[in-house]
Design a protein around this ligand. Structure first.
Ligand code: NAG
Ligand code: NAG
Ligand code: NAG
Ligand code: NAG
Length: 779
């Protein structure tokens, strides 16, 4: 039995097979059989899937020729599902399926059968393989691979434009019957779309589908098996079809006239207004360009497109002036950026509109006629002279009056003033070009009605020169004339200066003053180059006779009005060598020449004072160092009480006291003063008249000391307690002649050598109370 037999109806097949099997073993019916004797010739059974009957589904029957119906043959089944899915009656060989089978699960089962002798277990037939094939029924509906489908197709597409292909699959046996044969049809979406029944390709079915009318379509497609015949199973899917945009719509202005109001003060580059054209398309198909195609103010405005909003932006390009033009009218055009020529035929692809721009008045500050003013005034101009005027006016329609004033910050000294009404600038003070050649001021114009509307203008006032200064000597000349000078010698060349600035430069004239001309000893020679030479007129000058000459020189300038001055040149008379070099001048002249200025003198004086102060400071410091305790120890006292009652060894005895002390009368006097305290009132040391050396007192030490003691006691500057005073006394026999060493340091001839010093080192009234300091060389 070949496989192509299955194409015939399955019931017949089974019957046929069963009859065949039966026939093979039954020759008794008289049917002539050409078959071989072996009745074990089978290999395939068929079984219907999805059997829903109540009794077991009969598959087929095994039969052996050796089976005589006496029950001695036993049929045995092995293989896939044997005993579970498939059961065999061992006696009759009938095979039944125990369960409902699904072809889509397992399409066939391979089994083995054999027949054995029930008693001997002897194999009556060899083991044979056979197949139970499950027959398909249409138990699966077609399924779409996607649900839903999404698709796009450009609007305005032609009929039959492919949109998308949908596919449905059927799980049933495609090799058998029509169970898996699917046919597509459209349930929803007509008449816009169609579907190819065999391929599932969706196409447009209507021309001129407009996205702007309807953008989205939900198309329902059905797939039905059994080749779409009645009784077939079906499945559906939804296809969402979106029309994509094409530029089939031109931009259109929403108004034919747009109106904007703009203040005249609007800055250049500012946005004056926005206009918008509508375009039913989207994306780049809605991009548009605006253009000004006509204007009564060419170049005044510009229009651009805001790419994010597609607005037409009107921008100011030139300044507005309400007073000049109050209204502008523009003709604008709009057009898509990406034009699709396919739709030209559908009507005009651009649009036009009119824009009216109304300029609004703004209160503006006054405007000066000029950006700056330059005025000139002669420096000798009288007060209240008008030197010029400025003019400003209100540009507004109202034409408010303007008030002028001077910005006082630019004219701190109030040199100028301005007439508030007519703008005339006049001077309030006298001018001096030599002090200030320029006065740069600022004039303010204020609107009378609105004082906040102000503007300023710079006014440069130049002070013109007037010859109001007389020339003078350029420097202070120091001139001398040699006593041995010859006549007509140039002893000095002088020049002049003048702060005025005449246009053609200075021209100075020099001459000797009229009053000196008569008996003049010098002459003036104008060199005609703004210098002049001073010449001698005599052959010799004598400083003893006249040491200084004053020569009056008149210098005048050539300007108008002429200015002149008399300048006195001082000439000293000096002795010179042959070459004419100055050697010595009159002292008076010298000092004059040395010409120590008061400043220098003060400086010198200051130096002297400082020096003095330093000296005083040093002295004070030294004194401080000496201020140490009077008594340090008794030993020291004893050691030092040596000299007061010492006869002394004369000149040789230098051990006892310091002769140096004697040589310095200043030091002696100083030591007389208190060292421990400063007396409140200073008494000059009392100087006893020294008695002339006589026989009586000369040599009498006792008397000498007593006298000194008495002096000390009566001394008001003496301290209130015991203190030490030392006196030097050269003993008897010391004669003036022998004091050669003292003589050498004494300058005054009337020195008393017998009493070397009346104020020697300290004297001690009470020997044990003596106090002295080690550092004191005097002791
Ligand atoms: C365009 O318009 C938007 C919205 O008004 C604004 O934010 C943007 O700045 C504009 N762009 C230009 C270039 O003017
Ligand atoms: C402005 O007024 C002043 C004072 O009345 C007068 O001197 C001056 O000439 C006037 N200036 C002009 C430009 O009229
Ligand atoms: C005033 O202005 C003039 C001209 O601009 C200039 O030369 C001069 O230096 C200025 N003087 C002062 C003080 O600013
Ligand atoms: C010139 O010199 C003489 C004597 O040296 C003197 O008397 C006379 O006053 C001088 N003249 C003048 C103008 O100084």
């Amino acid at each position: 039995v070949s496989l192509h037999v299955f194409e015939t109806f399955y019931v017949l097949m089974v019957l046929w097979a069963m009859a065949h099997l039966r026939l093979t073993g039954q020759d008794a019916n008289g049917v002539p059989l050409r078959r071989s004797k072996r009745g074990w010739m089978w290999n395939q059974f068929f079984l219907l899937e999805e059997y829903t009957g109540t009794d077991l589904q009969y598959v087929g029957k095994l039969h052996s020729d050796a089976d005589r119906g006496d029950g001695s043959v036993r049929y045995v089944l092995n293989g896939e599902g044997a005993g579970t899915l498939f059961k065999i009656d061992e006696k009759s060989g009938d095979i039944h399926a125990t369960k409902r089978l699904d072809r889509e699960e397992k399409a066939y089962y391979i089994l083995h059968a054999k027949a054995v002798n029930r008693f001997t277990n002897e194999a009556l037939e060899g083991e044979s393989e056979f197949i139970i094939k499950i027959h398909d029924i249409n138990d699966n509906e077609p399924r779409f691979t996607k649900d839903p489908y999404m698709a796009r197709v450009p609007e305005m597409s032609d009929i039959g434009t492919s949109v998308i292909q949908v596919t449905a699959t059927d799980a049933d046996d495609a090799t058998y019957g029509n169970s898996a044969r699917v046919v597509y049809s459209i349930l929803e979406g007509q008449p816009y779309f169609s579907v190819d029944p065999d391929t599932g390709l969706i196409k447009t079915a209507l021309p001129g589908m407009d996205r702007e009318v309807k953008e989205n379509y939900q198309v329902v497609i059905q797939a039905k098996d059994m080749a779409g015949q009645m009784g077939g199973l079906s499945g559906t899917t939804t296809v969402s079809i979106t029309l994509s945009d094409v530029n089939d719509n031109p931009p259109r202005f929403t108004k034919t006239l747009y109106e904007f109001r703009v203040p005249e003060s609007t800055e250049l580059g500012s946005v004056v207004g926005l206009i918008r054209a509508m375009d039913a398309d989207i994306g780049e198909n809605a991009e548009m360009d605006y253009r000004i195609i006509g204007s009564d103010g060419p170049g005044m405005f510009d229009i651009t497109t805001n790419r994010s909003t597609q607005d037409g932006v009107i921008v100011l390009r030139k300044p507005l002036d309400y007073e000049r033009k109050r209204q502008y009218s523009l003709r604008v055009q709009v057009e898509n950026v990406h034009i699709n020529p396919r739709f030209f035929s559908m009507g005009p692809f651009r649009d036009e509109a009119t824009i009216k721009i109304i300029v609004e008045d703004v209160d503006e500050p006054p405007v000066f006629e000029r950006a700056s003013y330059v005025m000139e005034v002669k420096e000798d101009a009288a007060r209240n002279t008008v030197i010029g005027s400025v003019s400003a006016s209100d540009p507004d329609d109202k034409n408010s009056l303007v008030r002028y004033s001077i910005d006082r910050r630019t004219d701190m000294d109030r040199v100028f003033n301005i007439h508030a009404g007519n703008g005339s600038v006049f001077i309030l003070r006298e001018l001096d070009r030599e002090e200030n050649a320029w006065h740069n001021i600022s004039v303010i114009a204020t609107e009378f009605n609105n004082p906040r509307q102000i503007s300023r203008v710079p006014v440069y006032i130049r002070v013109l020169d007037v010859n109001d200064n007389a020339p003078t000597f350029a420097t202070n000349y120091e001139t001398f004339v040699c006593e041995n000078a010859r006549a007509n010698q140039v002893i000095q060349t002088v020049s002049a200066t003048d702060p005025d600035e005449p246009l053609g430069g200075h021209r100075f004239f020099f001459s000797l003053a009229q009053e000196a001309a008569g008996k003049a000893n010098f002459s003036v020679r104008d060199n005609k180059d703004n210098t002049a030479g001073i010449l001698t007129r005599r052959n010799s000058y004598n400083s003893l006779q006249k040491s200084i000459y004053h020569v009056p020189v008149v210098i005048s300038d050539g300007e108008f009005p002429m200015q002149s001055s008399t300048n006195t040149l001082t000439i000293r008379v000096c002795t010179c060598d042959r070459e004419g070099n100055m050697k010595l001048c009159n002292t008076e002249a010298l000092t004059a020449r040395a010409g120590l200025s008061t400043g220098a003198l003060v400086a010198i004086l200051l130096c002297v004072i400082i020096l003095l102060m330093i000296v005083v400071l040093f002295a004070a410091l030294r004194r401080q160092r000496k201020k140490e305790p009077l008594i340090i120890s008794k030993e020291d006292v004893r050691d030092n009480v040596v000299s007061y009652n010492d006869e002394g060894g004369g000149e040789e005895d230098t051990q006892a006291f310091d002769i140096g002390t004697l040589r310095n009368p200043e030091a002696i006097e100083e030591s007389k003063q208190r060292r421990d305290i400063v007396p409140e009132t200073f008494y000059p040391p009392v100087r006893r008249p020294v008695l002339p050396p006589t026989r009586d007192n000369n040599g009498d030490v006792r008397d000498f000391i007593n006298q000194r003691l008495q002096d000390n006691d009566s001394d008001p500057t003496a301290p209130p307690y015991d203190s030490l005073a030392t006196y030097a006394y050269e003993g008897n026999g010391s004669v003036a002649e022998s004091l050669s060493s003292l003589e050498s340091v004494t300058t005054e001839g009337d020195q008393d050598y017998n009493y070397l010093s009346e104020w020697g080192p300290r004297f001690k009234k009470l020997a044990d109370m003596y106090g002295g300091d080690d550092s004191d060389r005097d002791s």
